[in-house]
Design a protein around this ligand. Structure first.
Ligand code: NDP
Length: 341
């Protein structure tokens, strides 16, 4: 059995979902209520590969909300993720993806030092961040998107916002080693980490967001932002391809301007309908078949009987591993979301 640990986009989203599920007494509650709420296994899922194989899984709602981070409730956020992982292990799930902020909280708050959750010792081999598949999907979206727009990716100025992150650094390595991108613009706040990345890659220009946005032909947005950013479309080049890969999405609503193409990054579409009720929680079009690539990674690992933390730690994702997970993704019927999807 596979597992998915997820969370909702914000408090308003959590209240809306509680109302839709008929829990009106929860729908009127504020952040404090969600800070107290324990994780819940809220859905049983089944999915059929295009090979005919059928697998089953469980979705665990962590009851974490991004406002807990912006409100400085780091202990609460950590407790939410550890409790959700313990809940997954108690349900005997063999491989579980840590969706959205779950893996970021695990890494950034050093939760590997806190793997004793009451009477459960977390077995980290049962968990994956899903970031290798997410990075593969985002790179494929950039490659196919650029080609569909008649852009030569190798000769384009490609800005990676969140370049030093787990997904961002994997994307940079792929752009350099697989796509031959010559002009790579590296954006993040911490200069030391940026310089280290530049040294590892052997090239790349360090830039601020304000410097990168007006000169980029392709923007790959994979920063960990608690809430979406507003970008003035007037400052962007045309044509400009934007892959919005964060969760919650890094950009506020799709930018409306001729010549600007915004793709929902890190989303895959399955060839067959997925049997799940939680699809209605996700703010994604056609959720019967579309899902976050990190969730799809735990499904791929379950299809293959690879019950191991395929993606773990920080900045270790190689283009070879992205090729490998990419071929499993295609084998089982997943496709990165394209421009015309
Ligand atoms: P990391 O925490 O590893 O990296 C985040 C990156 O964003 C760092 O480079 C960080 O650098 C940068 N960053 C944070 N804030 C800002 C800012 N204000 N301006 C510029 N850069 C910033 O995160 P991951 O790589 O694990 O995840 C990246 C995003 O992808 C997240 O939004 C996550 O939720 C999403 N995601 C999507 C998935 C999917 O299936 N579609 C799956 C998993 C993750 P610095 O702090 O120095 O600025």
């Amino acid at each position: 059995m596979f597992g998915l640990i997820g969370h909702l986009t914000d408090l308003a989203h959590a209240q809306e979902v509680a109302h839709d599920l008929g829990y009106d007494e929860y729908a009127s509650q504020g952040l404090e209520f969600w800070c107290m709420a324990p994780p819940q296994a809220v859905d049983e899922i089944s999915i059929t590969s295009i090979t005919g194989q059928v697998i089953h899984g469980t979705y665990i709602e962590s009851c974490f909300l991004p406002e807990m981070l912006s409100g400085g409730k780091f202990k609460t956020a950590s407790r939410k993720i550890l409790n959700a992982m313990a809940h997954a292990q108690k349900q005997c799930l063999d491989i579980t993806a840590l969706g959205g902020f779950a893996s970021i909280i695990f890494e950034n708050f050093n939760l590997e030092k806190m793997t004793q959750v009451r009477d459960i010792t977390l077995d980290l081999d049962r968990f994956t961040t899903g970031n290798t598949h997410t990075a593969y999907v985002i790179c494929e979206q950039a490659r196919r998107g650029a080609s569909a727009l008649g852009m030569d990716l190798a000769r384009s100025q490609v800005a990676v916002i969140g370049a030093t992150g787990d997904i961002g650094s994997a994307v940079c390595r792929w752009l350099s080693q697989r796509a031959g991108v010559e002009k790579l613009l590296l954006v993040a706040r911490n200069q030391e980490r940026l310089t280290n990345l530049q040294t590892q890659l052997g090239y790349g220009t360090l830039m601020t967001l304000e410097q990168a946005l007006p000169v980029a032909d392709v923007i790959i947005w994979v920063a960990a932002l608690g809430q979406a950013m507003q970008v003035d479309p007037g400052i962007l080049k045309t044509p400009c391809l934007i892959i919005d890969g964060g969760y919650p999405k890094n950009l506020q609503a799709a930018i409306q301007r001729e010549g600007i193409y915004v793709l929902e990054g890190g989303i895959v579409e399955h060839a067959l309908d997925i049997n799940w009720k939680i699809k209605n929680f996700f703010r994604i079009a056609n959720p019967t078949r579309r899902l976050f690539a990190c969730f799809a990674e735990s499904m791929l690992l379950e299809f293959e009987g690879l019950h191991t933390s395929y993606s773990w730690g920080r900045n270790q994702i190689t283009p070879e591993r992205m090729d490998e997970i990419g071929s499993l993704s295609r084998k089982h019927g997943f496709q990165p979301l394209g421009i015309s999807s």
